[in-house]
Design a protein around this ligand. Sequence first.
Ligand SMILES: Nc1ncnc2c1ncn2[C@@H]1O[C@H](COP(=O)(O)OP(=O)(O)OP(=O)(O)O)[C@@H](O)[C@H]1O
Length: 653
Amino acid sequence: MVVVVAAATSPEKNKVKTKAKQRYLKRKKQRRKNKPKAATGAVSDSDDEEDVEIPSDAHADGEGTAEDELPAAKDPPVEDKPRKEKRPKKRQKVEETEDADAEMQELEAQDVAQDTVMRDAAADASAPLPTLPSFPLPALPDAPSKSVLALQGLDRALVGAEIVDANGLLPIPPDGEDDGGTGLSEKNSEATAGARHCGTFRRNPLRRSLYPTFDPPRDVCVSAPTGSGKTLAYVLPIVEILSTRIVTRLRALVVLPTRDLVTQVRETFEAVGRGRGLKIGTATGQHSFSHEQSQLVADKTTHLAGGSSRIDILICTPGRLIDHLNGTPNFSLQHLRFLVIDEADRLLAQSFQEWLVQVLTATRPPSHDSPFPGSLPQYHDAVAPAFRNLLPYADIPSITDCKEPSCQKLLFSATLTRDPGKLAALELRDPKYFVVQGNSDGPGVLDVAMDKFTMPATLTEHMLVCESSLKPLIFFYLVYQRNVTNALVFTKSAESTARLVRLFDFFDTAKRMATGASETSAIVVRAYSSDLGAGERKSILDKFKAQEIQILVCSDLISRGIDISHVSHVVSYDVPVDMRKYVHRVGRTARAGRNGDAWTLVEEQEARYFKAMLKQAEHLEKVKRLKVGEKDLAPLTVHYEGALNQLKESYAR
Ligand SMILES: Nc1ncnc2c1ncn2[C@@H]1O[C@H](COP(=O)(O)OP(=O)(O)OP(=O)(O)O)[C@@H](O)[C@H]1O
């Protein structure tokens, strides 16, 4: 039955005349033939048969006649059905044709109209639809790239930094020849004979005048890798320019973060400035305050508008500098020609007594007028041109015209800050930035902006991931199996420094006793930390420099700036907390073109963090991974266990 219904509704099937239909049509034809001629063309009931539904195949199965059954099967009884007014068929057909034509025309007209609209819309896609506005599909906006973000908000001068190729050499020629733009005098050329390059110095827009008050020089910021010679980059021009001075006044102030660096930089000034008659002083708190005062100022009793100074160059730490600014009479910064802030990012992070604000204020003329109304102060010619308002005759125009202080600020670091807030605090005057990189075609200032620091090209870096309990043993493996001596070893605290040194001593003694080696073959390891007094620290550092000590275990106290040429290995026994610390630690080796190795011991639980830190700085692939197996450690294990027991006992006592 289902099949039959389906067939009845199928248009294919309708085309094929079934037997029942054929019979039906035959009888119909017959009836028409038999009809009287008069009846032809008149409306007759038989015409209704045209409207009768064609019997389906179901009715064609031969059960009953089609004529009897078809209406009964499909239609309600005739009397129930409201009788429709039938029009003559032909008329209906004509009307239907007319209707169809009209409808067709209407549809065609609509199509044409629609086509026109679509053509118009295509021609002017931006034309707004008359009714509903169309909205763009929701989509995530394109995120700005990391580099674009890094450059946002940067100091404009930093964005326009000059990129200097670290490999660019500028040889210092023999006497009498053109020096290629170094600007070094003959004496300084002699002092630096053998120096490979002075690129940074050559490019410094430094002027030779002592008081360029009418055209004050631009400030300079230098970002250059560790060991690339930043110290000489400021020592040379300072010595060069100050050598022209006649009267001793404090004209160069160098601020450094630690006493050790003050001592180191003083040595460089003394070496370069030998025979120039410049007087160099230091203030670090290593000596008594009154002793330092007597070194700095010549006259503490008379109030002098121009200050008083025994020295031309002062090298100091910020804390002691502030003490002298506040507590030493006649200590004045008004004559400063150079203010150097070395390891600038570290010093700018120190807010101790707002040291920077105090120093900058002292380099500017005070807003108040002469403190000596009506009388001339003694040594009035000693007042700096910009400080003339301190004099009672300050209103004479020819004198008061010179208002600009001539102090030039020079900032240096291997990890120069890009923090706009900190840079703004320096009140830099038309600053000029130099970024020294291994490859001057590299990403340039983007590296500084994204904290991707340039490492010395001669440095080889390694990392060893291990269990924390095995760390001391791995360290001994490096020393005894890999010959890691002449090394600086960095730990996280003074306490862990002392513990590691003690354990090493026990281990070395046990090993020597086991092998029958003499005491002279002992590896000398010493701690260097803030636990020690200044004198003791200096003596240990001197011994290390003299190679009487082979390994110096230290905290980050000397991770910056210290320059010891024979350091061939740096071990980070505890991982550095950030990339800047890492850069400065590993930078204690591979200095001035020498080769060096850096080893970082990473505890398993720290590995993820450490690798992420390196990855962020795009430095991960430069650090080689070293695996140390049980077999490598086996020869050391016995002595190590013995040393551990001794250490436990020593702490239990
Ligand atoms: N032009 C040069 N030629 C050869 N050696 C140089 C030159 N300039 C400096 N040096 C040497 O390079 C070493 C490193 O110099 P310096 O301590 O100034 O490095 P630095 O850039 O300040 O490093 P850090 O960022 O670690 O403080 C020093 O021993 C110095 O004498």
